[in-house]
Design a protein around this ligand. Structure first.
Ligand code: C2E
Ligand code: MG
Ligand code: MG
Length: 469
């Protein structure tokens, strides 16, 4: 055994050493590096949406899941590594040598993605892993810190993958703090401006069309927020929505999104066929406002004049299982549709899906991307980065799609795939029986004006051949 662990006190739940012991072990190893040509590495492992397990199934089930996860990590690592539980659902692995770290990360991702049966529930979790090698003069805290930065990148890239730390990542991590400061300022400005003049605000909405794969017609659009920063340019919601949630500002942003999108949708053309749907993303904190949120939706619908059945609220899978039954029911009673966003990435109790009366399942784009690599990079002709997926993962994704279609049919829900980027992906989706699709293959998100131009052009084309091709 390369790393001594026998005398270290352990966490009562998992039997693994804790954060302090882990840092001490890293520090000790950095003082006596066994092979300077192949330096020690730290792997930071974090579970994806573990909170939803605790919220949805209770802490007792969550505890058992954590014990299983700890055992799987320990077994995958073997005696050469020092494994520890750093915090709630975060684990650390110390390797005396970097070689083999990527293979170990792959092994851990595989074992952690296997379903876990606990007290009659099937829990599906995935993990993200950050890998960092020690460099000369690095302290234990610094090594763990850079592994965490790599972990953050793995999570941001969609999770269920590992990322190896590289220096430029450090700069973008510093950027997060600057963004937080600017976001607070933008909101303050936005609030003030909302009272004075709405046209000065820094937020805007774009709309991405959603297509019916059978009729080849546009079903509707999803509203997606953009933050146009005066210095930094357009900032993606993936970067600032989690921040806005963390600092409690999502409610104000969400209200603005709902009002603006509903008003825009009332201007969309009506060609006599089924009316175009408007999908709006909703955050957990908005639902947690309870009856006040239902009241807000009702008020926005009445102010804008949008028919309730044209509005679809997209709720991510992790919050769809929390304690939001009453709010969801209230929304349904207004006649508004509900869609589970990023389905397949979190964990859902299937009984909740039918009980809360969801109308649609929106399949997470990671499954769609796994079906076929993205188009090659046009400048280099090489496949786009991150597309070297294992064949087994592709096959797995195709099976998951088929299972979701079956679930949709069984529960009477429509199924929509997001992130479709090429014809191969569309072909597999069609074969699997998915009913709708959205993605860059069809159209990038459009501004409010572009939607109107697009619809005029689309109606002209589709009147000839009935579709987008
Ligand atoms: P989402 O709701 O799952 O939205 C889909 C995301 O995938 C959008 O990213 C969209 O631009 C992107 N996308 C669409 N087609 C493709 C494709 O073919 N390939 C790839 N790689 N990506 C594609 P976006 O706009 O950056 O939004 C990211 C996430 O931010 C959204 O994920 C949603 O969870 C959140 N979000 C966006 N707008 C809002 C909002 O108004 N309120 C809240 N609470 N969240 C929002
Ligand atoms: Mg969405
Ligand atoms: Mg999604």
């Amino acid at each position: 055994m390369d790393i001594e662990s026998s005398h270290i006190s352990s966490d009562a739940l998992t039997g693994l050493p804790g954060r302090t012991a882990f840092l001490a072990q890293v520090a000790a190893l950095l003082l006596q590096i066994p092979d300077p040509g192949d330096p020690p590495a730290v792997l930071s492992v974090d579970l994806h949406r573990f909170k939803a397990v605790n919220d949805g199934l209770g802490n007792e089930v969550g505890d058992v899941v954590l014990q299983r996860v700890a055992k799987r990590i320990r077994d995958a690592c073997g005696p050469q590594a020092f494994t520890a539980r750093i915090s709630g659902d975060e684990f650390g692995v110390l390797l005396p040598r970097t070689s083999g770290a990527k293979e170990l990360a792959d092994r851990m991702l595989d074992v952690l993605a296997r379903p876990c049966a606990v007290r009659g529930h099937i829990v599906n979790l995935t993990a993200s892993i950050g890998i960092a090698s020690s460099t000369e003069g690095m302290s234990a805290a610094e090594l763990v810190g850079v592994a965490n930065i790599a972990l953050h990148h793995a999570e941001k890239a969609g999770g269920n993958q590992y990322v190896v730390f590289e220096l430029p990542m450090q700069e973008s991590s510093n950027l997060r703090f600057l963004l937080e400061r600017d976001l607070r300022a933008a909101i303050a400005l936005q609030q003030k401006e909302l009272q004075i003049a709405l046209e000065l605000d820094q937020f805007s909405l774009v709309y991405q069309p959603q297509f019916n794969l059978e009729s080849r017609r546009i079903n509707g659009f999803e509203a997606l927020i953009r933050w146009v920063h005066p210095q930094r340019g357009v900032i993606s919601p993936g970067d600032f929505i989690p921040l806005a949630e963390e600092i409690g500002l999502i409610g104000q942003i969400g209200t603005w999104v709902l009002r603006t999108a509903c008003c825009a949708a009332t201007k969309w053309p009506d060609d006599g066929g089924p009316q175009l749907l408007l999908s709006v993303n909703v955050s957990a904190q908005q639902l947690n406002e309870g009856p006040a949120f239902v009241k807000l939706v009702a008020q926005v619908l009445s102010e804008s004049g949008l028919a309730p059945e044209r509005l679809v609220l997209e709720i991510t899978e992790s919050i769809a299982v929390g304690d939001v039954a009453e709010v969801l029911l209230g929304i349904r009673n207004l006649g508004v549709q509900l869609s589970v966003d990023d389905f397949g990435m979190g964990f859902s109790s299937l009984s909740h899906l039918s009980r809360f009366g969801f109308d649609r399942l929106k399949i997470d784009q990671s499954f769609v991307h796994a079906l076929a690599p993205a188009e090659p990079d046009s400048s280099t002709g090489r496949p786009a980065e991150g597309t070297a997926l294992k064949v087994s993962r592709r096959a797995q994704a195709a099976w998951i799609l088929r299972a979701i279609t079956g679930l949709g049919i069984g529960l009477g829900l429509s199924t929509i795939a997001e992130g479709v980027e090429n014809q191969t992906q569309e072909n597999v989706l069609r074969l699997a029986g998915i009913t709708e699709a959205q993605g860059f293959f069809y159209c990038r998100p459009l501004s409010e004006d572009e939607v109107l131009q697009f619809m005029a052009m689309y109606r002209f084309v589709s009147s000839d051949d009935g579709g987008w091709q």
